[in-house]
Write a protein that binds this ligand. Structure first.
Ligand code: NAP
Length: 270
């Protein structure tokens, strides 16, 4: 739909970046936004791209191929982040092993993208779903930065994928909203400490993006039109729309921003 603009942006970013930003780990890199981010960072000059996934190894392998075609080395790491801190610890250990195995040094870019939506209103909330959503969307990303903090190189980048629902009230997604608002606040809180090493920490808030996370409703009659009508830019977002913003945050061009949340909703409910 909008291939020309994002790809132009990628080329622009590639020329200036990422001499510094060579190694990148993307959680939930097997599908949707994470897959687009993995490819964008490979196109932008990353040389080693860790593609983390939980279940869909076929999709993850396809992303590795695209990353390799872009000139980087893609490596697969499986970890279930519904295990929260334990899943994050396992992922951090495996990523360190891969970086060592490739004779690379540290982590230049960490993108915490893996997420689940667990759509439930207040009356529908159940303890198991709340725990799972908070584990994947908040506990695991925070503990992953904790476990990798000494591995993140000076001048590095930490980027979290939040949600427009951290700004727009979403009665249908109560636990999800809490997890994303928590992620933004936690990342803002750690930004000062990591700034001592010139590492920036920011989050991105996508609006409705055309990925599997919305597969159960986005193709219902009228759903896409309703999403488009709510966005000032009048369409459903695509994974590349978010990936290009992440690529900017991963680049040298974003060096003077930290502790911020960037809205990537196409101006939804402005
Ligand atoms: P997606 O297409 O459903 O992909 C989700 C990714 O997260 C997959 O790579 C999946 O890996 C991974 N994942 C899911 N459960 C996991 C678990 N228990 N442990 C580890 N990894 C797990 O979703 P998406 O739309 O690209 O979403 C990416 C991020 O954007 C999420 O944080 C989401 O909340 C956020 N976001 C999305 C939208 C949207 O409309 N799409 C809007 C706002 C925010 P496997 O497939 O291998 O399990």
């Amino acid at each position: 739909m909008n291939a020309t603009i994002p790809h132009t942006c990628n080329v622009t970013i590639a020329t200036e970046v990422d001499v510094h930003h060579r190694t990148a780990l993307i959680t939930g890199g097997s599908r949707g936004i994470g897959a687009a981010v993995a490819v964008a960072l490979a196109q932008g000059g990353a040389t080693l791209v860790g593609i983390h996934y939980a279940r869909d190894s076929t999709a993850a392998e396809a992303v590795v191929e695209r990353v390799n075609e872009a000139g980087a080395s893609g490596v697969l790491i499986r970890a279930d982040l519904a295990e929260g801190a334990a899943g994050a610890a396992h992922l951090a250990t495996r990523w360190r092993d891969e970086v060592r195995r490739h004779d690379a040094r540290g982590t230049d870019v960490l993108v915490s993208n893996a997420g689940i939506n667990g759509a439930q209103s207040l009356s529908e909330l159940d303890e198991g779903t709340v725990a799972r959503v908070v584990n994947v969307n908040l506990v695991a990303p925070l503990m992953l930065v904790h476990h990798l903090s000494d591995h993140i190189n000076d001048h590095g980048r930490v980027i979290g994928i939040s949600s427009g629902f951290a700004r727009i009230a979403a009665p249908t997604h109560v636990a999800y909203t809490a997890s994303k608002a928590g992620l933004e606040a936690a990342f803002r809180a750690i930004a000062a400490e990591l700034a001592e090493r010139d590492i920036t920490v920011n989050t991105v808030r996508p609006g409705v993006i055309d990925t599997d996370i919305n597969a159960d409703w986005i193709n219902e009659p009228g759903a896409r039109d309703a999403v488009a009508a709510a966005a000032a830019l009048r369409r459903v977002g695509q994974p590349d729309d978010v990936a290009d913003i992440v690529a900017f945050l991963a680049s040298h061009s974003s060096r003077w921003m930290t502790g911020q949340s960037l809205d990537a909703t196409g101006g939804t409910q402005l």
